[in-house]
Design a protein around this ligand. Structure first.
Ligand code: DGJ
Length: 293
């Protein structure tokens, strides 16, 4: 991927010169290679498959095509919506498990789709959709801790945003670890993502403003169960997170749990041309309770 970058804003191009369809993306490093999975929004908001790109250096990206395809009918068909694909490798089975926010024609179905593959390049096979413990689930994120435990983070309009612990095979949830609303805010935060650094968990999220950007927030805790600190902005107040919505924080050192350098990636949505929404890529400093983009 050639990246045309100006002040951290990248219109990411793949090795064919096409805009990389990495909207609402998730990134994992498997076997020393970075795999990025994104919403393909080339032709609007309806599901067009999950696109995958690989990289050895987070700067040059190869297009690996569509790894979760459009189905003929039902969920993940061309008339549905599916957002924020995230992939984890399950340590106990070796399987690659993809989670994706699945909707039907509008945003009322609010389930998590689960798909699996033997290979990070897919093809991923859709298994089922679920609502963890019966809770609404819209924006999602994932986190894998150093002990191999997997977590789904999921926005539930009624209760707040949850952290759910996954079962040993990563196919279901076994614990509602935490559920948080924002500070002085009615809802839990969207576009959730968590990382750990030097004994602290950092939970990031955005306010609920549709495709518009806002001042995204972070909370910290020494345990995923909490207590979680008050939520606070990590970019200059009023900058609307430099006009972006957080997707992931990527550890840049080889040992992701002892990394000292981190990269923020977020979307700057263009509602009229979602497929041309640029990524905002910026360094982020984590220093105890202090977080600065
Ligand atoms: C905010 C979410 O974070 C996006 O993924 C998308 O669902 C938009 N809302 C739709 O308005």
């Amino acid at each position: 991927m050639t990246t045309v970058t100006m002040k951290g804003v990248s219109l990411a191009l793949d090795d064919h010169g096409q805009v990389a369809q990495l909207h609402g993306l998730g990134i994992q490093c498997f076997g020393g290679t970075y795999y990025a999975y994104g919403e393909n929004k080339a032709n609007g908001n309806r599901f067009q498959g999950v696109a995958c790109y690989t990289s050895d250096d987070l700067a040059h990206w190869r297009s690996e095509g569509i790894v979760l395809g459009v189905r003929e009918s039902g969920l993940l068909a061309a008339d549905t919506i599916a957002e924020r694909p995230k992939v984890l490798r399950c340590p106990s089975t070796g399987e690659y498990v993809m989670y994706i926010h699945t909707e039907r024609g509008d945003y009322n179905y609010a389930h998590i789709g689960v798909a699996v593959a033997d290979n990070p390049l897919g093809p991923f096979r859709f298994l089922f959709s679920m609502q963890p413990f019966g809770n609404i689930s819209r924006d999602i994120g994932v986190f894998q801790d150093e002990d191999g435990a997997g977590y789904l983070i999921s926005e539930d309009r009624e209760h707040g945003t949850h952290i759910y612990r996954l079962s040993g095979d990563y196919h279901s949830v076994v614990e509602d670890v935490a559920c948080e609303r924002g500070t002085n805010y009615e809802y839990g935060y969207e576009s959730p993502t968590i990382i750990r650094h030097e004994g602290l968990y950092y939970w990031f999220g955005s306010q609920l403003t549709g495709w518009e950007c806002n001042d995204n927030m972070v909370s910290t805790a020494t345990d995923l169960h909490g207590p979680w600190s008050e939520w606070r902005p990590f970019a200059p107040v009023g900058s609307r997170t430099f006009d972006s919505q957080c997707d992931v924080i990527v550890p840049l050192d080889d040992d992701q749990y002892h990394s000292t350098r981190f990269m923020y990636i977020g979307d700057r949505w263009r509602q009229s041309a979602l497929g041309e929404s640029p990524l905002v890529v910026l360094p982020i400093v984590l220093d105890g309770e202090d977080v600065a983009l």
